[in-house]
Design a protein around this ligand. Structure first.
Ligand SMILES: Cc1cc2nc3c(=O)[nH]c(=O)nc-3n(C[C@H](O)[C@H](O)[C@H](O)COP(=O)(O)OP(=O)(O)OC[C@H]3O[C@@H](n4cnc5c(N)ncnc54)[C@H](O)[C@@H]3O)c2cc1C
Length: 424
């Protein structure tokens, strides 16, 4: 049995660990935090469970791309629930729902792009989404009106990102009863059941070559692991741990890639029976409103408000209050219904998952230079591979594509194609 060491227990690391363990590897996942899951983690405050990152996914209907990856891994057995309606967008006080792509001929034509999981980008895929929408007479404000799902700045969103994220969310989104940590737990359980380990409080500090095609991985507590190594953390952070250093041209290539902005979140505990639960997400001038799970009385006990922010937030309390105020155009009852709130800023994320500058989605995939922004799972050190949101698209769907791509490099395309029923 070969050994695989996975650095980081975010979705990318756990998916790779799960796929490798199903293919005969004894997997050890090393996570620096106290909990597994990275951006899938949940936490409890005031007796309420909040999700930190992941709130909903798309493309989970049979035949859609995430279903195609999750179904063979047994992840469709988790308690997914289709949301009652598509995302609602409030622009200048007017509220609308995103239509289904099938109702809009120009969007319908994006279907081949939305289902193509490869990274050989056509010129069209690298086009700016805003430009494309305008040239097809489609309203930018509506279609790019849920900016939290997309990288920022919005003018750099490619048609590729639009097709893989907005397009699929327009077809319907899904929530996971029990939150993102259930997904992390299900993946960890599979790794454990095949003889692997998922270890927390194990911060990796050094990666070095071992026998050909394998690496030594050293943790801050001095423990040492050996095997092929898959890193789910930022490529630049991974490269910085390699001894002796990787070649300068590779480090230079990584250093010119820009990271996207961070996200400010207000986690609100609501007073009982004060705000009716709403199943779908609402975007109000860029602020994403996501209610927690409903109580039996049909009222919500929690709501999260999320917005992209540039740089650190000096006054968290003031920023949180202004976010709460922004919801009044759609939820006039919400401000008075706040019982207690907590916040997270990009600094929180930088500390907690180690993402550079607190970037929510990592390396920007800029339109116009898309191919240059996509990082290969291979590195110059034989036996060291990369995965996670920084390599390709962010989000559960993007990270799942990339995990499959990373494992395809390690195991070979025929094994992966057979496992996921891909036709090529
Ligand atoms: C606020 C927010 C809301 C989001 N909402 C959604 C959503 O609704 N739907 C959706 O699809 N996506 C959403 N996303 C995006 C999605 O959650 C992420 O793209 C995805 O979970 C990233 O997974 P990952 O494996 O790439 O990285 P991460 O989740 O960042 O995992 C990396 C892991 O590596 C660990 N680590 C770092 N350094 C080390 C080290 N030296 N040694 C050991 N371990 C280390 C970290 O602690 C972390 O656990 C959201 C993200 C954010 C921030």
């Amino acid at each position: 049995m070969s050994d695989a060491v996975v650095i980081g227990s975010g979705l990318g690391g756990l998916l790779c660990g799960c796929i490798l363990s199903r293919n005969g590897y004894r997997v050890t996942v090393l996570e620096k935090g106290a909990q597994t899951g990275g951006s899938l983690q949940s936490f409890v405050r005031g007796g309420i469970r909040f999700d930190t990152g992941f709130h909903s996914v798309a493309a989970l209907a049979p035949g859609e791309p995430l279903y195609q990856i999750f179904q063979p891994l047994g992840l469709m057995d988790l308690p997914w629930r289709k949301v009652d309606s598509p995302d609602e967008v409030v622009v200048d006080g007017v509220s609308r729902f995103l239509p289904k792509p099938s109702e809009v001929p120009a969007l319908k034509a994006l279907s081949p792009l939305a289902y193509d999981i490869g990274t050989d980008f056509s010129e069209e895929a690298g086009t700016g989404a805003a430009l494309w929408l305008r040239s097809h007479g489609l309203e930018e404000q509506l279609y790019l009106g849920v900016p939290l799902r997309l990288q920022s700045p919005l003018q750099e969103v490619s048609l590729h990102e639009f097709a893989h994220i907005t397009y699929h969310f327009m077809n319907g989104s899904y929530r996971l009863e029990g939150g993102g940590s259930c997904l992390a737990q299900a993946l960890s359980d599979q790794i454990l059941s095949r003889g692997g380990e998922v270890l927390t409080r194990k911060e990796v500090v050094e990666i070095a070559p071992a026998t050909p095609g394998q690496c030594h991985v050293r943790c801050a507590d001095g423990s040492l692991y050996q095997g092929i190594c898959v890193s789910d953390i930022h490529p630049a952070a991974t490269a910085a741990m390699v001894r002796p250093s990787l070649r300068p041209s590779y480090l230079k290539r990584l250093s010119v890639l820009r990271n996207g902005t961070g996200i400010f979140t207000v986690y609100i505990k609501l007073k009982p029976k004060a705000v009716r639960y709403l199943d779908h997400a609402v975007s109000i001038n860029g602020l994403l409103v996501h209610f927690g799970h409903p109580g039996p009385d049909g009222f919500a006990r929690s709501v999260d408000l999320m917005t992209h922010v540039e740089g650190p937030v000096a006054d968290r309390e003031a920023f949180a209050r202004s976010s709460i105020q922004k919801t009044s155009v759609r939820f006039p009852e919400l401000e008075d219904a706040v019982e207690q709130f907590w916040t997270s800023t990009p600094d929180t994320w930088a500390r907690y998952t180690g993402t550079p500058g607190g970037s929510a989605y990592g390396i920007l995939k800029e339109c116009g230079r898309l191919s240059l922004c996509v990082v290969s799972p291979r590195t110059p050190l034989p036996g060291l591979f990369l995965t996670g949101q920084n390599l390709g698209l962010h989000g559960v769907l993007g990270v799942s594509y990339t995990a499959v791509r990373t494992c395809s490099v390690i195991l070979g395309a025929p094994i992966i194609n057979q496992m996921f029923h891909f036709t090529s």
